[in-house]
Design a protein around this ligand. Structure first.
Ligand code: SF4
Length: 90
């Protein structure tokens, strides 16, 4: 399964659980390479600021939804790089 399909499948799962009212975090949290390849100390702030709250403000989430795929090492707060990725995805 490619990355785009993974994101889409998780998005559908998220929409279902959001509709039921039992999940409020980022729909990508289980498959997000940035979050799942680092230790908890490195990502706790990102999880607090994005993944478990305002995930729709995350650079990875925004760019990923526009382009379908983002580099594994794109930081959730690296909006400059996310903008470059979006601009070159034409
Ligand atoms: S880093 Fe961004 S895309 Fe990844 S799980 Fe957190 S909010 Fe979602």
């Amino acid at each position: 399964m490619n990355c785009v399909n993974k994101y889409l499948n998780h998005s559908y799962t998220y929409i279902e659980s959001w509709y039921r009212g039992d999940y409020m975090g980022c729909p990508n949290i289980e498959v997000c390479p940035y979050i799942n390849s680092r230790n908890e100390n490195e990502i706790i702030e990102y999880k607090n600021n994005f993944c478990n709250s305002d995930y729709f403000k995350c650079a990875r989430f925004i760019a990923g939804n526009i382009t379908g795929e983002v580099p594994d090492d794109l930081r959730p707060d690296d909006f400059k790089e996310a903008e470059k990725i979006v601009r070159t995805d034409k």
